[in-house]
Each structure stands twice: as structure tokens, then as C-alpha cells.
Design a protein around this ligand. Sequence first.
Ligand code: SF4
Ligand code: SF4
Length: 106
Amino acid sequence: MPAQPAFECTRCGVCCVAPDIAALDKPLGQRCVHLGADNLCAVYDDRPAVCRGYRPDELCARVAAPTLDQRVALYLAEFGLLDEAARVARGAPGSMAAARRLPVVR
Ligand code: SF4
Ligand code: SF4
């Protein structure tokens, strides 16, 4: 019998909003364009590998809160990214997005 995962996904939507996701060019703290109004992935069967490989862990429990905005804020706070996410919301590039645009030095 396969082992049960230690943490269950509650479909809270945080991992589709809070992180910067390079494969989707998704900015920090912004909703993925594929996240439906029900906070479920609208392209679930065709989602990129980074989403396919994501597994719930203890962070999901730590950011549990009644609203998605509250959950996202808790997630960003865990990584000290609240200020950066606010700057991104105002149109600034996030640090990871900016780093991806730097020329590769070989
Ligand atoms: S943050 Fe965790 S619990 Fe919420 S949708 Fe993502 S994997 Fe599931
Ligand atoms: S593609 Fe789907 S699973 Fe991946 S971040 Fe967007 S909504 Fe979430």
C-alpha cells in the first residue's frame, strides 16, 4: 500500500498566488493567470512540471487562515517578502524575475 502523504492539500490556493513561478513568468504575490475564481487550477491536467511536482508540507499548515489574502500574506511573511510583493504589486520587477533577465555569465 502506498504511504499516505504527511500533509494533505486543502486546496487553499496559496501556492498559486504567493510564490514567484519562473515557468509561468508569474510575479511574486500575484494570482497565476490559470487560477480560477474557485481557487482551483483551470489547466490542472496541463499544468507545468513545477506545479505537478509541488507537494503540500508543513508550510501549508503554517499559513492556514480564513481568507486567501490572509494566507498569502502569511506565506510572504514567512520568507520576508511582504515589502517586495507590495513593490511588485505597484509594477516593480521582483528580485527573482529581475535575476532571470540578467545575462548568463559563462
Ligand atoms: S499551499 Fe499547500 S494546501 Fe494550499 S493549495 Fe498549495 S499545496 Fe495545497
Ligand atoms: S498553473 Fe495551475 S497549479 Fe500552476 S500555479 Fe497556475 S493555477 Fe496553480
